[in-house]
Design a protein around this ligand. Structure first.
Ligand SMILES: Cc1ncc(COP(=O)(O)O)c(C=O)c1O
Length: 370
């Protein structure tokens, strides 16, 4: 019999103005994809990220697709993406008919390795998607440098890293350094709208193009005239109402998540075989899901640890399966670090209402086999 989960991986914190704003939407009847909450959410998200524009979408995957479509990426183009990421990063490249070229990640940051990017550039390469995985910023300094040298764009996939920063001439929020950034507001993310996404950019031309593509390619000043094949990738005012209430508390959320991460690390420090992502002076990580790798001499494999936690009513997740192992992207190549992380990484419960006592319980179970 399956053990009942007592400690889930994630619980969204909806205890702010979420219900009030949502009820306001219902009372006002502005429940579809226009309304004051959409305007406010976009405006305030742009301010939070430090970009001129933000465009709300139906989810993070459609946000990725929208940017690639607006950049006119198409068949024959190659886009370099990390092998170790969630599948949506690569799928968005396939949606526009281009080829996702996989690059291995870096051992210490778990993010795309700039040296591997250099090896994968061909005359067909048009851009790079830098993913800030599990809240850890990718090495944007070097990535942007390569892009400048080779005349490529950089799209930041910040689906899991709201509020993380990278220092280039002062701290910059993820999503503000490339041609555009994307975010996800799925229920397990740092802030949520249930389902939802956002594109951030400073580029006014790109922004205007995305606005049109998001709305069926319709000309803004002429109803039912569609010069381009577009999509319906709009967010609703109801989702934005929840998003705005979440955004009001994001800094508090990030502080709590930071404290959760510190507590986990403190409790697990010194167990041989358990390792965390390395801190870097140019980066401010945020804690999306607390993440670590498990290897010998720790006495359990990652999968046995997941089983053990589950038997104790604690939910956890293995790290993503590399893109090169996914049937549509099967590829021969060297993805040593990506494979290692995928086989050894685990995400532990992380949510803002989690108590130190709950963290200590998880760590006590893990420590027994250290
Ligand atoms: C790195 C990454 N990119 C893109 C996405 C897609 O976001 P969504 O699930 O909102 O479509 C996710 C979702 O979890 C993700 O983790």
């Amino acid at each position: 019999m399956k053990t009942k989960i007592k400690l889930p991986l994630v619980i969204p914190d909806l205890s702010g103005n979420e219900k009030r704003y949502l009820n306001d939407c219902l009372n006002s009847t502005w429940i579809s994809s226009t309304g004051k909450y959409l305007e406010l959410f976009e405006k305030q998200f742009a301010a939070f990220t430090g970009t001129r524009y933000a465009l709300a979408t139906s989810n993070g995957t459609t946000a990725l697709h929208l940017v690639l479509a607006a950049l006119d990426v198409s068949a024959g183009d190659e886009v370099i993406v990390p092998d170790f990421t969630f599948i949506a990063t690569a799928n968005a490249v396939s949606f526009v008919g281009a080829k996702a070229v996989l690059a291995d990640v870096d051992r210490s940051s778990w993010n795309i390795n700039p040296e591997e990017i250099r090896k994968k550039i061909t005359h067909r390469t048009c851009g790079i998607i830098a993913v800030h995985l599990y809240g850890n910023p990718a090495g944007m300094g070097e990535i942007l440098e390569i892009a400048r040298e080779r005349n490529l764009w950089v799209l930041e996939d910040a689906a899991e890293a709201h509020g993380a920063e990278y220092r280039i001439n002062g701290p910059k929020k993820v999503g503000s350094m490339g041609i555009a950034g994307i975010f996800s507001f799925y229920g397990n993310k740092i802030i949520t709208t249930g389902e939802g996404g956002m594109v951030t950019t400073d580029d006014s031309k790109l922004f205007k193009k995305m606005e049109i593509l998001r709305d069926h390619g319709q000309k803004p000043d002429r109803h039912y005239f569609h010069p381009k094949i577009g999509f319906n990738y709009r967010m609703t005012n109801m989702q934005a109402a929840i998003g705005l209430a979440q955004l009001e508390r994001i800094n508090k959320f990030l502080e709590i998540r930071d404290a959760i991460s510190r507590r986990y690390q403190q409790q697990l420090e010194g167990i041989e075989g358990i390792n965390f992502v390395k801190n870097h002076p140019d980066k401010k990580n945020v804690c999306w899901l607390f993440s670590m790798t498990v290897d010998r001499p720790y006495k359990l494999s990652r999968d046995r640890l997941i089983e053990l936690l589950s038997k104790n009513g604690i939910d956890s997740r293995p790290f993503f399966i590399p893109i090169n192992r996914q049937p549509p992207y099967f590829m021969i190549g060297s993805f040593e670090i990506s494979e290692y992380l995928s086989g050894h990484g685990i995400n532990l419960p992380t949510f803002t209402t989690m108590t130190f006592r709950q963290i200590d319980t998880v760590c006590r179970i893990i420590r027994k086999y250290g």
